[in-house]
Design a binder for this molecule. Structure first.
Ligand code: SF4
Length: 338
């Protein structure tokens, strides 16, 4: 959705139109401006031409039906992926992309393999959430959480990411509480610092994936610029300021980062109040394979035995490559941000 175009069209309208537009877009979840019956016909026509709502999206549903992936074509023809994860406890989490491609080139990531095209506009981020909100409305469901873990590094597109969150958080519009948003970063320091100063109580996650700089720099090349120590110092500053918990994501890759020694080194770093570790089974990509279940169990046991709070997540929707963007790659675009 093109927000600047929407703003231009509404500029010449009376002030109360904004409220009508917000209700139609974010609460009634219209697919097309024709459905916005509170608006005059000529305005609906103008909006349909200048600011169409429903992006071209092709959906893929996993065998279990718990993951739905959308391949969305943007106005300029580039493609992004957005994933809806339907949890058993009735939460519906939309995993959004913040960039087309990604410049950071992490070795385990499909998005990283294809390079960087451009940042997404705030309206394109909002559009991904609305896409699945409309989808869920048909089955009487609602979006309950939004995570920035799709294509791209969100803190390299900070302004648009925060702008999108503010729009989706607006009580007169979509009204999703700020605690229901999570941003996952590989550790862009100034992004973490800026987030600490925001009034919004957004969750922060760090894609860690290795317990030492040597291995982390192999997996996440930007680690050569922002070392683990620098990242953890900034995270500690963030916690001091916000008193919020921080999640450290750790993708478990067979034979790469899943030894007992890795677990013990990680435990040393993670034994802090308000830190917790989320172990994630790696999505198979190239030479990387997921750790075997007993290895993951042992890894978890060592962390917990050392006083670290641990959660575990299995990849959803592997049959539709719902967690890593390989589909978009096949369709000449992109994604994952572990
Ligand atoms: Fe970019 Fe995240 Fe993929 Fe790294 S893991 S290349 S930061 S999208």
């Amino acid at each position: 959705m093109n927000l600047s175009q929407l703003r231009t069209i509404l500029e010449k309208e009376p002030g109360y139109r904004l409220g009508q537009v917000k209700k139609a877009l974010f609460q009634d979840l219209i697919h097309s401006w024709e459905e916005a019956v509170a608006l005059p016909l000529n305005l609906r026509d103008e909006l349909n031409k200048g600011c169409p709502i429903d992006p071209l999206g092709k959906t893929f549903v996993s065998k279990e039906g718990d993951t739905i992936k959308a391949l969305i074509t943007l106005e300029d023809g580039l493609k992004i992926e957005t994933v809806l994860m339907r949890h058993q406890d009735k939460r519906n989490t939309v995993c959004v992309s913040s960039q087309v491609g990604c410049p950071l080139g992490c070795s385990f990531c499909a998005t990283g393999k294809i390079g960087f095209e451009r940042n997404l506009e705030a309206g394109e981020i909002v559009g991904q959430v609305l896409f699945f909100a409309r989808f869920l409305k048909k089955i009487k469901g609602k979006v309950t959480n939004v995570v920035f873990m799709g294509m791209g590094e969100p803190f390299l597109n900070y302004e648009n990411v925060i702008k999108a969150i503010i729009i989706l958080n607006d009580k007169e519009g979509f009204g999703l509480g700020s605690r229901h948003f999570s941003i996952s970063t590989v550790g862009i320091l100034d992004g973490i610092e800026k987030l600490a100063k925001e009034k919004l109580q957004i969750n922060l996650a760090i894609s860690l994936h290795a317990p030492d700089d040597e291995l982390r720099s192999q997996l996440i090349p930007i680690n050569k610029e922002y070392s683990l120590k620098e990242i953890l110092d900034i995270v500690d500053g963030y916690i001091e300021k916000t008193r919020r918990r921080v999640m450290f994501e750790y993708i478990m890759i067979r034979g790469v980062n899943d030894s007992e020694e890795h677990a013990r080194t990680l435990a040393e770093l993670m034994r802090k109040p308000l830190y917790f570790v989320n172990l994630i089974s790696c999505n198979p990509i190239g030479i990387f394979k997921p750790s075997l279940a007993p290895r993951m169990e042992r890894f978890k046991e060592i962390l917990e035995g050392n006083g670290v709070v641990v959660t575990q997540r299995y990849r959803l929707g592997q049959d539709i490559e719902g967690a890593c963007g390989q589909l978009a790659v096949k369709n000449s675009s992109t994604s994952i941000h572990g």
